[in-house]
Ligand binder design. Structure first.
Ligand code: GDP
Length: 204
């Protein structure tokens, strides 16, 4: 389709420590979340075909910020900090949790959440917390089981079905879609783009 979003046009816009410093809450954005090391930067770089784009979020001291990238005048991607830092002091983690919950609940232009989980370690405690927050905010979630190249096709499919089953059992089946993904092999890229095109184009 000629009017599909050009993800390779993505440009770094700004980093915001709290919701107050975010860009104007107009248009539409999709946020990426996941545990540190889940493969979030790699996935954003693969999606945008720009190997340097998500590096901003890896700059020391910047990991607790929301990083905004523009796709067009009123469409954005947002890189949320990787959760699960072992070394962050508790008070800092609590402050960040409040900021993140606030962003998910109050940000009008946030349309959906792409959540990344390493296919070998899905549905960890903090992943469930994100899923609960998104559900409370009535926000669609698209789950990427990342680094799918680490498993053979059959086992990868079993993990996908297992995660789907767990989510359904906990009552989250309806608003969550799920796929396998590999930045290394660029596998699952078209499926991801398809979801993002629907989310970023739909009327609210
Ligand atoms: P982030 O902390 O979530 O941003 O994760 P990164 O994108 O930095 O990736 C963490 C590690 O996983 C790095 O060593 C990447 O090279 C590796 N990685 C990321 N995506 C893939 C993938 O699709 N396949 C494989 N095999 N490794 C990956």
């Amino acid at each position: 389709m000629s009017d599909d979003i050009s993800f390779n046009q993505a440009k770094y816009l700004l980093s915001a420590p709290t919701i107050k410093q975010c860009p104007d809450d107009t248009g539409r954005e999709v946020a990426f979340a996941g545990r540190s090391n889940a493969g979030k930067s790699s996935a954003i770089n693969t999606l945008t075909n720009n190997s340097k784009l998500a590096r901003t979020s890896k700059t020391p001291g910047r990991t607790q910020l929301l990083n905004f990238f523009t796709l067009s005048e009123d469409r954005r991607l947002v890189d949320l900090p990787g959760y699960g830092f072992a070394k962050v002091p508790k008070a800092m983690k609590q402050a960040w949790d409040r900021n993140l919950a606030c962003y998910l609940q109050e940000r009008q232009s946030l349309f959906g959440l792409v959540m990344l989980m390493d296919i070998r370690h899905p549905l960890q405690e903090y992943d469930w917390q994100m899923i609960r927050w998104a559900s409370q905010a009535e926000m669609p979630v698209h789950l990427l089981l990342t680094k799918a190249d680490k498993l053979k096709k059959g086992p990868a499919k079993s993990v996908l079905l297992g995660v789907q089953g767990e989510l359904a059992k906990e009552g989250f089946g309806d608003n969550i879609s799920i796929q396998t993904f590999s930045s290394l092999k660029k596998a699952g890229l078209e499926e991801l783009k398809k979801t993002l095109n629907v989310w970023l184009k739909a009327e609210k």
